[in-house]
Every structure is written in structure tokens, then in C-alpha cells.
Write a protein that binds this ligand. Structure first.
Ligand code: WTA
Length: 650
């Protein structure tokens, strides 16, 4: 792996910014000098980019590390910052959302209209008893109401927990329970791959589990798919009957900068997803700063499109909070890239004149596979900047993205960050940085990154190690919901006051950073984080399974693919053909966790390679899954196990 990266680093091409781009860069050539002020730099951004009901006098309080407080004596309203102030400052007629439904329906929503909708929704939430600090689960397709729901919750100082619509009833339920959500906002269904997928029935199933004992008092339902839904009188409320009829008078109240804004569950190294907690003022500051400067945003002329769903952190920061805080005009699209035809994305770019596109390498690689002829049928000349997120982008995909989508001229920003960091941490700044395909490059102004060895020593010069953030940053997580110990253990135990990201990284001779992927048991499939432990515990919960080991194996399109090795219980072995057992178990995981976690391959084997202390050697299984020669096996108890597995697999 390191050898491959070294070759890439040596061969890498460089793309200096054009003089024209550099002369007009939004970030400005003094960005890094200003960023050197650290916390004070962020205080300047917070004052410049946001409206404070009560200005702050404190910048950073790190006295209770690792629990940071930013701008703590200031007060603001996040929803007011994303909506009302644009209207008050004369931008009410600007389009906030160009929404495109999968079947081809569309809606154009101005800032004034979005503000009205959010005010109405906020009034309904208040009628339903939502108060500051209450948790609201949101389980929706990518329709404007998903954003309205998030902003209405934020407006009341309540906390949203958005659960991606592809998660199962069980996954939804565990998130509802963990957060103690009072309300679930959902839709009857949404469109995906030409069909309606049900959401409300999944909510019903989730809430009915455990004898229906849960914290939820109401379910607010948007009509979208027109699929049949059961109705629980007294609990369920139609959005169109309540929100559309509500008053659009609603004055946003000020909340402290550290008011919790949202919880977002993400996979870690154990079986239980962790609820990453973000708060208001610092988060919104870094969301707005990075969205403006990394994407070189000109809010009055650009049409921005981030293809992420609001179920992920990218959707929170770069569909909802960053763009709306900056008063941007953006496109959001409900469906899949190939519905109803493989040119759908390019058609959308042409239709709306998209100028900034932010997407994931996995999507770029799938388009590459389909061929350049497809985008060539559309006018993409409006594109002037491209972004990438979620996993390392291989140089081949980078070049294709720039040449085919960006006319060979658009700068590409490869942005490294995490659910936990809340906003972009490492990226080129367009117009300032000489671009290098495959490298995320440099920490943003105001961000301090280092690479350490296992012992916590800084590695200097051209070297690899573990990526850490050495200074607190405004949009950093404030904890794991309900589990301060896990927060400390996961991120802070290894290196004391430095945040351990869980990623490996190398620095090249120019000081640019290359991300090497996770160093823990977290997989990255199509830019989505999945935990090996979570899928293993799902597999062993099936009565057929005695033991299971899951690895992320390299995959050309999805980055990594979930591959499982399963030993069946003796009583089950032989009842089903291995191929049948594998199909049953793949479906089991999809039902249990959600379709995104469905293993690409499951091998039924009779042994798993283990160390003498009984630890499964995933490294060796990865070799098997990737069809590679098997690595160092000296710590393996039984050398024959791998030969056996190899014959069972190939
Ligand atoms: C990976 C997504 C390389 C990384 C915003 C990180 C990346 C995890 C990049 C976080 C990138 C994200 N280059 N790797 N540009 N961006 N990653 O929480 O392993 O879904 O730890 O946040 O994705 O995934 P998450």
C-alpha cells in the first residue's frame, strides 16, 4: 500500500491554478496568514459570516478538554441564519432550492418561501410539544420537506437525528431509543430506481417493536410516494393537513452557541453506532466558512449541487447548513444517478446550469465505467469547480472528473473530513493551491493537522503514520450522545489532547497529505462508513450462524466491498447449498441493518484464521477476499486453515 502511494506521489501531475482563477479567488491569497491566528481566526469568521442575537466575547474554552466550547457566551438561531436574515437583507427572491424529483417533477423554492415553510413547520412542532433540547428523528427521502424539517427543529433549539432512509426498522428503532426521540418526521415513501420505497411502514414497524414501548408521541408524515399507509389515530399527523394550515408567523429565539443542534449516528469499531453530537455556533461558523472558501462560492451567481443525502454528514453540512447560511442557490435531487437513464446527473447539470458539483469518488468511478459518451451528450460548460469527498479519489478518476466533467479546466478540491469533524479539515483552496490528483493536500486555514507514529511522536518530512488534529476546531464533535466515556476512549485516549481520526496518512516532499484509509475496523463502502463488528453481530444473530468475520475488500467501484466469512452451526451445515445460505444471509443483513450494509459476497467456510489468543486475523481474510497471495501467517495457530479457506472460496 505504502509503496503504491509512494509511486503515485512521485509520478503525480500538478495543476497550478489559472491566473484568472487565482486573481478572483474567494478565499484570498492571505488566507493562510490569517488562519495562523487559530481560534482568533475562527472568531473573525464567526462574526463575519453569521448573525449573532447576542455577540460573543469568549472564543474558545478548552479547559474541560476534550469537551470544547466555542463562542459560548454568544447567542444565535441557526435557522434564522440560514433563512430570515437573507430575506431581511433583500435576498428573499433568490432561489434557495431547485429540487428535482426522481420521476421528473420539480420545485423551485426561494429563500422567502423556504422561510415561510420553516416557520409553519416550527409552529406545528411547537403544537406537538417540541421544546428546546427535545430530540426529533427524521427519516425521509430527499425532498424539500426534509430540509424544512431539519431547519424547523433547529429553529426551536431542539435536536434532530436524521436517519438515512435506507436503514432498516431495527436500525431506526435503535437510534430513536438511544436519543429518546419524542417525534419522528417521515414520508409515506420516496422514489428510488423508478419505484416508490416505503418509509412510514418502516417507522410503524420500528415503533411497534418491543411491545410498542418507546419515547415517541407523534409521527409527522409528508405525502410523497402516495403508497398506502396504516394510520395510528392520535399519534400520526399528516404534514399537508398541519403544516400547510399553520401560521407562517414565527419569531426565531436566540439560543446559546453551545445549544446542541443535531445527533448523527455513525459506525465505529463496535457493534453499536455512536451518536455524534454537534452544537450550533461553532458548527455553523466552520460550515459556512468552508462552504464559501473551499467551493469558491459566489452566492449571487453560482448554482451549487452536492449530491449527498441529508442522512449523512455531507448532507447536513454541505446541503443544509453551509449553503443556506451562505445564501447559496442549490440543486437537490431525490433519486439515483441512473434513473430513468444513465445521463440523469448530466441532464440535471445542464437543466439548472450547475457551476459547482460536489460528489463522491464512487459515483465518479461508476460514471467512468459507463463511458464518457454519456456526459458528452449534455452541455456541462456551466461547471467551474468540482469537489470530491468520502474516500481517497484515485488519480485516474480525478483526471477523468476534471477532463470529462470539468472541461479539463475546473479545479478539483479533494476534501477530507468526517462526521466527527463536522466540516472540511483538509483540502486545497481553489485559486491558491497547486492541485495534485490523489492527495487531499493541506489543512485549511485555522486547522492544525499532524501525522504521528504509534508512540505518539511526530513523523517529520516524507513519512507515514496516523492522522491527528492537534488543536480544537469550531465544528468538532462535542461528544457521543449519552456516552462520554466512549467519546474519550475512541478519540482522545491514544494521543492525549490530540484528536485521533482513525485514518492513516502520508506526507510527501511538498508537505501535501495523502490519506491511506482507516486504520481501524471501519469500512468505507461507496463513501459510507460501515463497521465490521456491526455486520458480524448482525450475522451471528442469525440462528444459522456459528461464527462470522467481515472484512472490507478493495473494490474497483465502491472503494471497499463488504465480504463476510461465515461458519454455519453444525446443525445447519448441509441443509442449504453454500450459495443458498449465502443469499439468505446477505438478505438477513439487509433486513437487519439496511441495504447499504448487505455483504457483496459471503463465503461459507469451515474455519477462520485466528491468532493463538483467539483473535480473527482479518488481514489474512482480506488477502483471500482480494485474491492476493496470503501475507505473514506466523502468528496463526493452524497454518492449514488458510489453505482450507482458499479452496472453499475459489
Ligand atoms: C474517509 C464523510 C480520503 C476517511 C465526510 C474518514 C476520506 C471517513 C476523504 C469519514 C477524502 C472522507 N480522502 N478519505 N477526501 N473524505 N474520507 O464520517 O476514512 O462518513 O475517516 O464522513 O471517510 O467518513 P464520514
Amino acid at each position: 500500500m505504502n509503496e503504491q502511494i509512494d509511486n503515485l506521489m512521485n509520478e503525480s501531475r500538478r495543476f497550478a491554478p489559472s491566473a484568472e482563477f487565482a486573481a478572483q479567488s474567494v478565499a484570498g491569497s492571505d488566507s493562510y496568514d490569517r488562519g495562523a491566528a487559530g481560534a482568533e481566526f475562527w472568531a473573525d469568521q464567526a462574526r463575519d459570516l453569521l448573525h449573532w442575537h447576542t455577540p460573543f466575547t469568549q472564543t474558545l474554552d478548552w479547559s474541560n478538554a476534550p469537551f470544547a466550547r466555542w463562542f459560548a457566551d454568544g447567542e444565535l438561531n441557526v435557522s434564522y441564519n440560514c433563512l430570515d436574515r437573507h430575506v431581511a437583507e433583500g435576498r428573499g427572491d433568490r432561489v434557495a432550492l431547485h429540487w428535482e424529483g426522481e420521476p421528473g417533477d420539480s420545485r423551485r423554492i426561494t429563500y422567502a418561501e423556504l422561510t415561510h415553510d420553516v416557520k409553519r413547520a416550527a409552529n406545528v412542532l411547537t403544537q406537538l410539544g417540541i421544546e428546546p433540547g427535545d430530540r426529533v428523528a427524521i427519516y425521509m427521502p430527499l425532498i424539500p420537506e426534509a430540509l424544512v424539517a431539519m431547519l424547523a427543529v433547529a429553529r426551536l433549539g431542539a435536536i434532530h437525528s436524521v436517519v438515512f432512509g435506507g436503514f432498516s426498522a431495527e436500525s431506526l428503532r435503535s437510534r430513536v431509543d438511544d436519543a429518546g426521540a419524542k417525534l419522528v418526521i417521515t414520508a409515506d415513501g420516496g422514489y428510488r430506481k423508478g419505484n416508490v420505497f416505503a418509509l412510514k411502514p418502516v417507522v410503524d414497524e420500528a415503533l411497534a417493536a418491543d411491545g410498542g414501548q418507546n419515547t415517541v408521541t407523534n409521527v409527522l408524515v409528508v405525502r410523497r410516494g402516495n403508497n398506502d399507509v396504516a394510520w395510528h389515530e392520535g399519534r400520526d399527523v399528516w404534514w399537508h393537513e398541519s403544516v400547510d394550515a399553520a401560521s407562517s408567523e414565527h419569531e426565531a429565539q436566540a439560543f446559546p452557541a453551545e445549544q446542541p443542534l443535531f445527533i448523527l449516528y455513525t459506525s465505529g469499531t463496535t457493534g453499536k453506532p455512536k451518536g455524534i453530537l454537534h452544537t450550533s455556533g461553532g458548527y455553523l461558523t466552520q460550515a459556512a466558512y468552508t462552504h464559501k472558501n473551499v467551493f469558491d462560492l459566489r452566492a449571487d451567481t453560482d448554482v451549487y449541487w452536492c449530491t449527498a443525502d441529508v442522512g449523512w454528514i455531507t448532507g447536513h453540512t454541505y446541503v443544509v447548513y453551509g449553503p443556506l447560511a451562505n445564501g447559496a442557490t442549490q440543486v437537490i435531487y431525490e433519486g439515483t444517478p441512473d434513473s430513468p437513464h444513465p445521463g440523469r446527473w448530466w441532464e440535471i447539470i445542464q437543466k439548472y446550469g450547475v457551476s459547482i458539483l460536489y460528489t463522491a469518488p464512487t459515483a465518479i468511478r461508476s460514471f467512468m465505467k459507463l463511458g464518457s459518451e454519456i456526459p458528452a451528450q449534455y452541455v456541462l460548460s456551466s461547471i467551474r469547480l468540482l469537489g470530491s469527498v468520502g474516500e481517497p479519489i484515485n488519480p485516474e478518476a480525478w483526471i477523468w472528473y476534471r477532463d470529462v466533467v470539468g472541461a479539463g479546466t475546473a479545479p478539483i478540491v479533494d476534501t477530507w473530513w468526517q462526521t466527527e469533524t463536522g466540516a472540511i479539515m483538509i483540502s486545497a483552496l481553489p485559486g491558491l493551491t497547486t492541485l495534485k490528483p490523489g492527495s487531499a493536500q493541506v489543512p485549511l486555514p485555522g486547522i492544525s493537522i499532524d501525522i504521528l507514529d504509534e508512540a505518539g511522536e511526530k513523523v517529520s518530512g516524507e513519512a507515514g503514520g496516523l492522522l491527528v488534529v492537534t488543536q480544537p476546531w469550531p465544528s468538532m464533535l462535542r461528544g457521543i450522545w449519552g456516552d462520554n466515556d466512549r467519546f474519550r476512549e475512541t478519540y482522545w485516549e491514544k494521543f492525549g489532547d490530540k484528536y485521533f481520526a482513525g485514518d492513516g496518512a502520508r506526507r510527501d516532499a511538498d508537505g501535501d497529505i495523502w490519506l491511506l484509509g482507516r486504520v481501524d475496523d471501519v469500512m468505507n463502502v461507496s463513501g459510507h462508513r460501515l463497521s465490521t463488528a456491526e455486520i458480524e453481530s448482525s450475522l451471528v444473530a442469525n440462528p444459522m450462524v456459528a461464527e462470522a468475520a467481515v472484512v472490507g475488500a478493495a473494490d474497483e467501484t465502491t472503494g471497499q466491498a463488504v465480504v463476510a466469512f461465515v461458519i454455519l452451526r453444525a446443525s445447519e451445515a448441509g441443509k442449504l447449498e453454500p450459495a443458498e445460505a449465502s443469499a439468505v444471509l446477505r438478505q438477513h443483513v439487509a433486513t437487519h441493518i439496511g441495504a447499504i450494509a448487505r455483504p457483496a459476497r459471503i463465503y461459507i467456510v469451515s474455519e477462520l484464521p485466528k491468532t493463538r489468543s483467539g483473535k480473527i486475523m482479518r488481514r489474512l481474510l482480506r488477502d483471500v477476499a482480494e485474491g492476493r497471495e496470503i501475507g505473514d501467517t506466523t502468528t496463526l495457530t493452524d497454518q492449514n486453515v488458510l489453505n482450507l479457506i482458499s479452496t472453499q472460496v475459489h
